[in-house]
Design a binder for this molecule. Structure first.
Ligand code: PLP
Length: 400
């Protein structure tokens, strides 16, 4: 049976300290103990009902983690100060010197830079592969491989990972499958498809107001406990802790996530279909022309659609820049990185969010200069938006 992420969140029930309908916010970095023995036990990892220090856990962070674990159908979740705080902690927890990872080559530029430039300093190597080519993925696995890493829908090329097939490969070789689900919360449930660890940048759709950075690791209770371990836990020791006040505000925003995701998807599908019909090179997982449309359809929680991200290729960087500047001038959105906002956001990934990827690699993976990535907003009248966007494209001779 398909997972029902919105119902899982809806069914959580909270009572604040004074009977409030929102859980009380824990505005403390440290916590008292009535007995010194309990404090010792808490350090030893026996933390049932006790809080020690907010870098370890805090009530507000646990509430948010509980909602995210419910959404992703995992036993537990650990929230972090940013998406990168989640990604780096997970990979450092799973790999040690001499280990190897197989990663999709089309991933967020920051993650790519971490794997390409940073982890080798610790003797951890990564092979970058076309994640849609399962044969290539399997061929890249060696005796030292510990992790297969991918994004459910990749940034920025919107490649779709066949999570069930990758999970089977991971299982066969005794590896962990780690999936970044930032682009498709609610729409895709990687843990249901066999992923071991699901990560989000909460900065994007989940928080949805572009007012904070945040991240989460959704996994088994055992793995979450490992991340929090005071002796060797990457979250505890690297310190990527979310602030409690922020955790409380992200939790409140999550309650509208299901409605927002449906609207983002509806609007993006409308624009993708229109742009494609106009003859613009358009990539969107909801278009039958997308090479992995059928895989997305097989994986999706139907009611949430194909997500809010689409790309168009307008030929070259100059045109891409002109289109974005004009669209911003016309108040159709913002020329800004990031995604999941109520307004449309657009950027040219080759020179922004993927600029960490060397040009020749960008070329190999099909990341062209004229590519514009759109995170489509919650516009109430998307037909009006389309007409205005089309007008910009005509004025700039992208369309005739
Ligand atoms: N994963 C994806 C797919 C992203 O797009 C980003 C940021 O753009 C991140 C992770 C990193 O998240 P954060 O910026 O919250 O650290």
């Amino acid at each position: 049976m398909k997972h029902r992420p919105a119902e899982e969140i809806q069914d959580l029930q909270y009572f604040g300290e004074f009977g409030g309908v929102n859980p009380s916010v824990s505005d403390s970095s440290t916590y008292t103990f009535l007995s010194a023995k309990t404090m010792f036990d808490t350090f030893e990892g026996n933390t049932e009902g006790c809080y020690l220090y907010s870098r370890h856990t805090s009530p507000s962070n646990l509430y948010l983690g509980e909602a995210l674990a419910a959404m992703e159908n995992t036993e537990a979740a650990q929230v972090t100060a940013s998406g990168m705080g989640a990604i780096t902690a997970v990979l450092m927890q799973l790999c040690k010197q001499g280990d190897h990872m197989v990663s999709s080559r089309t991933i967020y530029g920051g993650t790519y830079a971490f794997l390409k430039n940073f982890t080798p300093r610790f003797g951890i190597a990564t092979s970058f592969v076309d994640i849609t080519n399962l044969e290539q993925v399997e061929k890249s696995i060696n005796a030292n491989t510990k992790v297969i890493y991918c994004e459910a829908i990749s940034n920025p090329l919107l490649e779709v990972a066949d999570i069930a097939a990758l999970a089977a490969l991971a299982k066969k070789h005794g590896l962990k499958l780690v999936v970044d689900n930032t682009f498709s919360p609610m729409a895709i449930s990687p843990s249901k498809l066999g992923a071991d660890v699901v990560i989000h940048s909460l900065t994007k759709f989940i928080n949805g107001s572009s007012d904070t950075v945040g991240g989460v690791v959704c996994a088994t209770q055992e793995f979450v406990n490992d991340l929090r371990n005071v002796n060797d836990g990457a979250c505890m020791l690297l310190g990527s802790t979310m602030d409690s006040l922020r955790a409380a505000s992200v939790l409140k925003n999550m309650r509208t996530l299901h409605i927002r995701m449906k609207k983002h998807s509806e609007n993006a599908l409308y624009l993708a279909q229109k742009f494609q019909a106009d003859g613009i090179k358009t990539v969107y997982p909801g278009l039958a022309s997308h090479p992995s449309h059928h895989i997305y359809k097989k994986m999706m929680n139907k009611e949430y659609g194909f997500g809010g991200l689409l790309t168009i290729d307008v030929g070259n960087l100059e045109k891409a820049n002109a289109v974005m500047e004009m669209m911003q001038q016309e108040n159709l959105g913002y020329l800004a990185v990031s995604l999941g906002f109520y307004k449309t956001l657009f950027s040219a990934p080759g020179t922004s969010t993927s600029s960490e990827i060397p040009e020749e690699e960008q070329e190999k993976m099909g990341l062209t200069n004229g590519l514009i990535r759109f995170s489509i907003g919650l516009d109430n009248d998307i037909a009006r938006t389309y007409e205005k966007m089309k007008n910009c494209l005509i004025q700039l001779k992208v369309l005739y």
